[in-house]
Design a protein around this ligand. Sequence first.
Ligand SMILES: *Cc1c(COP(=O)(O)O)cnc(C)c1O
Ligand SMILES: [Zn+2]
Length: 373
Amino acid sequence: MTYSLRCTRCGRNYDDNGRRLRCECGGMLDLQFEPSFRPGMEADRPYDLWRYREALPVRDDVVTMGEGCTPLLPVTLDRRVLLVKQEQLFPTGSFKDRGAAVLMTRLHELGIERVVEDSSGNAGCAVAAYAAHAGIACDIYVPEATSPTKTAQIETYGATLHRIPGTREDTALEALEASVTCVYASHVYNPWFLQGTKTFAYEVAEQLGWTSPDTLVLPAGNGTLLLGAYIGFTELARAGIVSHVPRIIAVQAAACAPLAGAFASDMDEPVETCASHTAAEGIAIVTPARGSQVLAAVRASGGSFVTVSEQEIVTSLRDCCRGGWFIEPTSAAVIAGARRYARTAAPGETIVTAFTGHGLKAAGKISELIGSL
Ligand SMILES: *Cc1c(COP(=O)(O)O)cnc(C)c1O
Ligand SMILES: [Zn+2]
């Protein structure tokens, strides 16, 4: 199938061949696709994210490990019920599998044999796993400081790991250079990744009887889950399947909050911030490439940003673990944001959030952080 990519800045169109990263003008590209999914079509299908296949721009021959349909469970914190998607239960331990499964399916369809990706950890794990499953060779670039469990996981899948000194941005530049000779399977640039993460919205809507919750509380690092959820709920609302797009509350660590800063001062692009260290490594993104889209989505949904302190992150981590939920520190930052938001929410408001990544990815770090309280 041919699909068209459209520049979010100037509107120029390109045929998708898996190789174009950005528009000539530097703008990010979105995929043009109109889903034909209607509730009922999924009824007799397996419980994975492919049950909404009419909403996904792929053929039947998909790269899958049975991912998706994570439980949506009530979790009580501060005497308030949050509905929490158990995204830590994916094959590689984070929601990034949604994006990786759909992106790798597309690249496999195009006959791509080698990819590169860069990541602060979990996207690298997901791309490495799905590349392995599809028989695609893979190079993953990570910052030197990435958790050893995540780098071990990446290497175990058979990917070639490159540890890059310097910042997260230095790593991205290395990957970009390497991608000249092969395909850059970027979770940030490649819009097929968002076609995968949008299944979060389809699942939540189905789990709520094909309705929208009032509010979503989601992380904003690069915003891949947030933008996917926004795309998914926008499609569902446009098709008349749900009545509205939920309000999106985006969570950043106070130590690294370029988007929250921009939102607060009514700007359309992320603001340059001098980030300090945060335990939430997965959302410590100083220059999010789709930042202006994240800001636009949060505004269009009637939502806002919350920032959380290191203290709140560690307290939420401890409280979740004491409740039996083993999640990684970045994931605890999202829950800290949901708790902060819930304090001001209307009684009876339905709040959906997510455990974004599994604790086993950072067990040592977690016990160290909790021990420091
Ligand atoms: C990637 C990731 C995030 C942040 O997601 P973005 O798409 O970058 O906003 C949050 N939590 C975990 C566990 C992640 O792996
Ligand atoms: Zn353009």
